[in-house]
Design a protein around this ligand. Structure first.
Ligand SMILES: *Cc1c(COP(=O)(O)O)cnc(C)c1O
Length: 291
């Protein structure tokens, strides 16, 4: 029914005098990649005989929106997506995830600041909350954890730690639940208290939560920071891997600045895809700082 293959490679990498491994979930599939592929995998491979339409909320350039548009297209579902606001510029000049979702047939509705309605899964409608913050995400993230565990078995020793940057924290949380290795993360959307409360929403036992490392400075999600842009450019040229522009520069910076926390452990960084959204972020960066 679908051609989406998981089981991505884990490769050695090196940056800023720091050796680490990188789990290449960006390579799952050009259109359905990264942690959104993992989170929505449940909806890709299970049977939903009654569902005719997928509905969700979120921002007009979100990676989740684009991935859901791909999911809906593969499954033959309608896709209705509500945004709080869409600028007239974007409507006239669609690009990035917004354009991609439209091309996949998404019906993207601009609420123009009106309050969000209550959405739920009912009858022939499947509702996925913003960003894929759902218990069902555990299905695909378990597969990610299993792949990592199998790979580590083939290595010398088992002194491994995992690092990945978080938005809603869903990926980090379920990864920790299924892995016998410590999972570290940092908050990219909101602060550490927000991330902690997101973890609690999915798992009440704090002992099972990933460990949160502090970011070097307070970043506001989606804003432009010259240091992060320069880090992304350097990362691209030195590792030859395209990272996501929104989360990864914060994640890589936090991992490297916390190298003491990892000691002599091997660190596996999870590449969570999201490259479709880079187009718009890089355009904004180039306009502001040049290349
Ligand atoms: C969605 C996303 C995240 C955040 O994932 P959460 O499970 O919400 O923490 C991180 N990186 C990329 C590239 C993403 O698209």
């Amino acid at each position: 029914m679908n051609q989406i293959k998981l089981n991505t490679p884990i490769q050695k990498s090196h940056f800023c005098d720091f050796d680490f491994y990188i789990k290449r979930d960006d390579l799952i599939n050009e259109d359905f990649s990264g942690n959104k592929a993992r989170k929505f995998y449940y909806y890709l491979v299970n049977d939903f005989p009654n569902v005719k339409k997928l509905v969700s909320y979120g921002s007009n350039q979100s990676n989740a929106m684009y991935s859901m548009s791909v999911l809906a297209k593969i499954r033959g579902w309608e896709f209705e997506y509500y945004c709080d606001h869409i600028s007239s510029y974007l409507k006239e000049n669609p690009n990035g995830n917004y354009k991609g979702a439209l091309e996949n047939g998404a019906n993207i509705i601009d609420l123009q600041g009106l309050p969000r309605q209550f959405l739920e899964t009912k009858d022939d409608i499947l509702y996925i909350p913003e960003g894929g913050y759902i218990q069902e995400a555990n299905f695909g993230i378990k597969l990610l954890a299993d792949e990592i565990t199998e790979w580590i078995k083939l290595q010398n020793g088992n002194n491994f730690k995992i690092f990945l940057p978080s938005g809603t924290g869903t990926t980090a949380l379920f990864l920790q639940q299924y892995l016998n290795y410590p999972v570290y993360t940092c908050a990219c959307v909101g602060d550490e208290d927000y991330l902690r409360s997101e973890f609690l929403g999915l798992e009440s036992n704090e002992k099972l939560h990933p460990k949160i490392l502090k970011t070097t400075k307070k970043y506001h999600f989606g804003k432009l920071y010259k240091n992060l842009y320069l880090l992304w450019l350097e990362l691209h040229s030195k590792t030859m891997i395209e990272y996501d522009v929104l989360y990864d520069p914060i994640g890589i910076e936090t991992m490297i600045n916390n190298r003491d926390v990892f000691g002599d452990s091997n660190v596996i960084y999870i590449h969570q895809g999201g490259l479709k959204g880079n187009v718009t972020m890089l355009e904004r960066y180039r306009r502001k700082y040049g290349h």
